[in-house]
Design a protein around this ligand. Structure first.
Ligand code: IVH
Length: 671
């Protein structure tokens, strides 16, 4: 028991400390997920040992103390927090609790809406005019941030109504979340980095830091936004449902997150919608860290009432975290196919958004210096969408003094050559074209999807083949034999046969893919297609003069220089000759007729296509004179949607871009 009491005390102290870092200083030291774990542990212990629970426990309090510098505002109705839950079963439990409390066997209706990761504020409208705006503070008293809130464009200073049936109440206690879009947050941090100012850990801290500025001119320069999600005095207003409240607010000119609020009749429905929000989380331009489930009827909300810090009528379903705190075990340097040296942080493995992460790119020395990342540091890491994990910031206060600063090596870690760095460039490079790390990278590029598309040749296998001396460059792949492969560990008859089959099948790439596969600097898939189209033959391209290259529409001087020097190198010419001698025969496919419906149009693909390989789809588009873009923009003409499309779909819908399913796409190609 004594141990438990001690653990509770330690937890309370820790939570109070982190509350202060989060709410008062806007500079958290641990990830939300870590915080939630501490909090949950304390809740569990207090539940198991109610005799140890005290009134001053952080589990009974909301948020942070009001900060100095702002005048206090007493909330007319308390601003509560939400109880968290982390899996669907707990949603069913919540529904059971609600119905038990209401002594109700019939289903209770709910709403599900995104939980925006910002900071809670209250707007008081008296006779339709915004009189006071405040932060949540400790739930009873917040800070008066009226001047700052008034700088947010979509917060109306006056409410309006065009419907007799929707008169503006004399008093409206609007509750909502002030937040910053992810893109705006990234831009803000970039500017701060350039000015050597401290970085914000995430959009929420940036929003909180921006709103709580004593000088509202600073707030005005920060791109803040607000969504209204409820009314403190709703239960005293004549609305039958929370949904009606939201629609009324929207009518009066308040911004609500309408398309994402769902009314659900059953708990199953609630779970489906929560899951949907979680799956589409990365598509939102702002961060959402969960879904909020609310009993839809204010009269039932009233009956359910509240516990010390949260209402009984609502719960937050928290998503798997996308930010975590972990330790940098070491910083290693990776050498890419162009010789670029990239420092990579090796991390103590953490789960981020459902994936175990143990590495994060640190980009370059400048980035490491700016963020002051040292070996041994505690850091906050994040994954946003599908991107490579990155280190957001160092938790400087956790330093013990044993951390070591990282300095890029003078010599290439793979071959020992002296590192070169051009003046004005941030990238350090290994100049040795025969560096094994570069060759390995080049081979990986050669066999990649956009290149020769050889399935089954992963990084580890390439390493093994090189290590055993079986492959020294790309051309050697074509002389691999079954016997040689079977001598490698872990390669069985079947995978050897598959690999040899894939290598054989790769012998007839289009010229464009062949050029791309060579890995000439600055020559991406698009440029490769341009060059293929123009020269129609690898020998003609190899012999082209630099002026001829730069005369091609779409080929700039930098590309021309790069292509020219690639083919001026005897070793490269020799490689191509050996590839051709090994039976590689690039097919020449010229652009189709210019009157094809594809000509001049830009396509973007999302999701997986079932009847055509993505690489083949791209090729056909280019053959027919179209372009393939990687992201949806104003220049996109068509978005081709396969199975399980990504965030591009929503973006395209929002931008009104034509959307084709696979069948329509194939028809267009065939026409
Ligand atoms: S309803 C009685 N709806 O999450 C509490 N909250 O810990 C009513 N939040 O403090 C909250 N999005 O700042 C509600 N759609 C939403 C929300 C939301 C974000 C925040 C809010 C609250 C915290 C819960």
């Amino acid at each position: 028991m004594e141990n438990i009491r001690k653990e509770i005390d330690v937890l309370k102290e820790k939570i109070e400390y982190h509350n202060q870092r989060y709410y008062d200083l806007n500079d958290p030291e641990i990830s939300d997920a870590d915080y939630d774990r501490l909090f949950q542990r304390l809740l569990d212990l207090e539940k198991q040992h109610p005799e140890l629970e005290t009134h001053d426990s952080p589990t009974r309090k909301v948020g942070g103390r009001p900060k100095g510098g702002f005048l206090p505002v007493a909330h007319r109705s308390p601003m509560l927090s939400l109880e968290n839950c982390f899996d669907p079963q707990q949603i069913f439990d919540f529904d059971k609790r609600v119905r038990k409390f209401l002594k109700n066997d019939a289903p209770v209706g709910y709403t599900v809406e995104p939980k925006i990761d910002g900071l809670a504020v209250e707007l008081i409208y008296e006779k339709g005019a915004l009189t006071v705006a405040s932060t949540r503070g400790d739930g009873r008293t917040g800070e008066n941030v009226t001047r700052n809130i008034k700088t947010i464009l979509n917060v109306p200073l006056k409410l309006v109504t065009r419907k007799k049936s929707l008169p503006i109440p004399d008093l409206l206690e609007v509750r909502g979340e002030v937040y910053m879009d992810v893109a705006a947050f990234e831009k803000l941090n970039q500017t701060r980095m350039a000015k050597n100012e401290a970085l914000f850990a995430n959009p929420r801290n940036a929003a909180a830091g921006s709103l709580r500025q004593l000088d509202s001119r600073i707030t005005a320069k920060r791109p803040l936004d607000m969504f209204c999600y409820g009314v403190g005095n709703a239960q005293r207003l004549p609305f039958k449902t929370h949904w009606d409240v939201m629609m009324a607010m929207q009518h009066w000119g308040l911004r609500v997150n309408r398309p994402h609020i769902q009314v659900c009749d059953t708990p199953d429905d609630v779970v489906t919608n929560c899951r949907h929000l979680e799956e589409t989380r990365a598509q939102f331009p702002y961060e959402i860290d969960g879904a909020v489930i609310k009993v839809n009827r204010p009269d039932l909300q009233s009956q359910l009432g509240m516990k010390s810090r949260s209402p009984r009528w609502a719960i937050a379903y928290k998503f798997a975290p996308s930010q975590e705190t972990t330790t940098v075990l070491g910083i290693h340097v990776q050498v890419g196919r162009t010789g670029a040296l990239t420092p990579v942080a090796h991390l103590e493995p953490v789960e981020l958004g459902g994936v175990i992460v143990s590495r994060a790119t640190l980009h370059n020395q400048e980035e490491i210096d700016r963020k002051d990342i040292r070996e041994g540091d505690r850091v906050i890491v994040q994954r946003a969408g599908d991107v490579i994990p990155e280190v957001v910031k160092t938790v400087v206060s956790k330093r013990t003094g044993n951390e070591t600063k990282f300095v890029m090596p003078d010599a290439c870690p793979a071959c020992g050559s002296g590192i070169e760095k051009k003046p004005g460039e941030v990238v350090a490079r290994c100049p040795n074209v025969n560096c094994p790390a570069q060759i390995r990278g080049s081979i990986r590029h050669f066999v990649s999807k956009g290149g020769m598309d050889i399935d089954g040749l992963g990084d580890k296998l390439v390493f093994k083949l090189m290590n055993k001396g079986l492959v020294k460059d790309e051309a050697d792949l074509y002389s691999l034999t079954r016997t040689a492969l079977l001598r490698l560990d872990n390669i069985k008859e079947k995978s050897a046969a598959n690999l040899l089959g894939a290598i054989e099948a790769s012998k007839t790439p289009t010229l464009a893919r062949f050029i791309y596969a060579l890995g000439i600097r600055h020559v991406g898939e698009f440029t490769a297609a341009l060059l293929a189209d123009h020269f129609g033959d690898i020998k003609a391209l190899a012999d082209a003069r630099q002026e001829a290259l730069s005369a091609i529409d779409g080929v700039g001087p930098q590309i021309a220089e790069s292509v020219f020097s690639y083919f001026a190198d005897a070793q490269n010419r020799n490689l191509i000759e050996r590839l051709l001698a090994a039976g590689v025969k690039p097919k020449v496919i010229r652009s189709g007729p210019t009157d094809s419906p594809v000509t001049g149009k830009t396509f973007v693909l999302t999701g997986s296509l079932s009847t055509i390989k993505r690489s083949a789809a791209k090729e056909t588009i280019t053959q027919k004179g179209g372009k393939v873009g990687s992201s949806v923009s104003r220049n996109t003409d068509y978005l081709v949607v396969g199975e399980t499309p990504g965030s591009k779909l929503q973006k395209a819908q929002e931008m009104g871009i034509s959307i084709l399913d696979e069948k329509q796409f194939l028809e267009l190609l065939g026409a």
